[in-house]
Design a protein. Structure first.
Length: 530
């Protein structure tokens, strides 16, 4: 393998650092929402949409950013994504109303979806499959560090006079990333006219995909919170979204593929491979488990253990900080041996075991105990971050590795939405049943229950009863996630192990030299071996 050189690593780290903003955004805001809501005069519904609007915009537009980068070039499009994210950050930072805050969060989500999707696509352009193992591991490490420190930073800044810094803190990171990419990232690209580039974009497919996935995800996120799952507000858009997704599949793989195969949003060959399909199902479950644990463990610490938001954020560190080194270890071993299925098997086994062990958490769990219980699932999740992505990329044609990698992120984001929704429904139903059985005159509203709980001394019998009911309700979430992890473990045995020494193919290969290296005309569309 050719030495990569300083400019390669400067370009890579500029790309990787941009993911720190997205990981911060996923964790910092939730801690500060009560403070922001109080200052801006927002309702609980508006606070709910502050997080949901980002997730929806990010998930729905990931594939669109990838398609745009195929036509106009990765470099210019990721720079555009950074600018969009910066614009959303500024809108949030100066917001004096919830309307502006929600607009800013949506714009941030649009840019954030582009940042994370183009990062994974750029790695496929910059390195052959086997070397990508190290690069994805480093990006996963940055992501886990961001999610680990985000709640602590967010908690520290969640005061009336400092909460805006939760947004302003992103701007220096975005600036560093933007400058680094602008100066050091050089990719080959086929020379095309503007009309040719515009023809590469699948307009009907993109509109159908955006409309159907948005219609599907909105009821998934508000079902059981704003509206009951049995209400028409949830059922009708959910059915319409599913119908839209089916129609998108028919259009993309049956109608469009026979007329304009060069402009398809998703190549049909990706889903023709059994291992890739299992990998995408695994990515969905991975997203479900990661965000269920991240979200509901924080809830456990704040409601059952009665920790402050900052302490609750710090209490999640055992899980996050064990995931990061595991991801790096996977990258090193896979790059060295060319084998990756072991990481899938070990990862899902540890996640299954770790989720099962969380059932031991209760009102009396000591600090050393919950540190150990969290660390087990963290080890497994860290093993899975790079290995799922690599297993899918190894199973598809290498010229389609970029879009295949973006789909990993899409399904993981889909899993995030499903995980929080499923967990919330399970928790609400079990909590009501547990309260009816153990607590007299319990409030029917969960918000009223939390208010009552925080007014009681910790050693008050009614406080212990409520916290015990909460703890037992969380147990069901851990059991369900354990079951999903176990199913993914069984499916992983059906995945084939492909050769990691496949020839590197990309239309936008990283140029090692500005002068004297391969030119865009000779490199574009050809295979390369770094």
């Amino acid at each position: 393998m050719q030495p990569l050189g300083r400019r390669f690593w400067l370009a890579f780290w500029a790309i990787a650092v941009s993911n720190l903003t997205a990981s911060f955004d996923a964790t910092m805001l939730s801690v500060a929402l009560p403070t922001i809501s109080a200052e801006l005069g927002g309702s609980s519904t508006e606070a709910f949409w502050a997080g949901t609007s980002y997730l929806l915009a990010s998930t729905v537009l990931m594939l669109i950013w990838g398609t745009l980068s195929d036509a106009f070039g990765r470099r210019i499009i990721i720079l555009a994504a950074l600018l969009v994210f910066a614009l959303g950050t500024i809108l949030c930072g100066v917001a004096h109303s919830w309307t502006m805050m929600l607009a800013g969060r949506t714009v941030q989500g649009i840019g954030g979806g582009g940042i994370v999707s183009l990062t994974t696509m750029l790695v496929t352009d910059m390195a052959p499959l086997r070397e990508r193992a190290r690069l994805y591991a480093l990006i996963a490490c940055i992501w886990t560090v961001g999610t680990a420190t985000g709640p602590i930073i967010g908690g520290g800044l969640s005061k009336a006079n400092t909460w805006r810094w939760i947004f302003w803190i992103n701007l220096p990171i975005i600036t560093i990333s933007f400058v680094g990419i602008a100066f050091f990232l050089r990719l080959s690209q086929k020379p095309r006219s503007l009309s040719e580039k515009l023809c590469l974009f699948d307009y009907p497919g993109s509109l159908l995909f955006i409309a159907s996935t948005t219609t599907f995800l909105i009821p998934v996120t508000w079902g059981g919170t704003q509206y009951p799952w049995s209400g028409w507000q949830t059922i009708v858009p959910l059915i319409l979204g599913i119908i839209g997704i089916v129609l998108f599949g028919i259009y993309e793989f049956k109608i469009h593929s026979t007329k304009l195969p060069q402009a398809r949003l998703i190549p049909s060959s990706i889903f023709a491979n059994r291992s890739a399909c299992i990998g995408y199902a695994s990515s969905t479950v991975h997203g479900m488990v990661v965000y269920s644990l991240l979200y509901y463990m924080a809830e456990y610490f704040q409601t059952v253990k009665m920790y402050s938001p900052v302490i609750a954020g710090a209490a999640s560190l055992p899980q996050s900080l064990t995931a990061a080194p595991c991801a790096v270890v996977v990258g090193i071993i896979v790059a060295g041996t060319g084998k990756y299925r072991w990481a899938l098997w070990a990862g899902w086994s540890l996640v299954c075991l770790g989720c099962g062990l969380l059932v031991l958490l209760d009102t009396h769990t000591a600090v050393p105990e919950w540190i150990f219980l969290e660390a087990v699932s963290g080890l497994g999740l860290g093993l899975l971050f790079p290995s799922i992505n690599l297993s899918i990329q190894a199973s598809v044609p290498q010229h389609e590795a970029g879009i295949a990698a973006t789909l990993v992120l899409f399904f993981r984001s889909l899993g995030q939405a499903l995980g929080v929704a499923i967990g919330g429904t399970i928790f609400d139903n079990r909590l009501r049943a547990n309260l009816e059985n153990s607590v007299e005159n319990a409030p029917s509203s969960i918000m009223a229950l939390m208010d009552r709980l925080h007014q009681l001394p910790l050693d008050e019998p009614i406080s212990l009863q409520i916290r015990d009911a909460l703890s037992r309700s969380f147990h069901v979430i851990w059991i369900v996630m354990c079951a999903f992890a176990g199913l993914s473990l069984l499916l992983s045995f059906l995945m084939k192990e492909y050769d990691m020494n496949q020839e590197h193919q990309s239309d936008q290969v990283f140029l090692l030299k500005d002068m004297g290296g391969p030119s865009p005309e000779t490199t574009a569309g050809q295979s390369s071996q770094l």
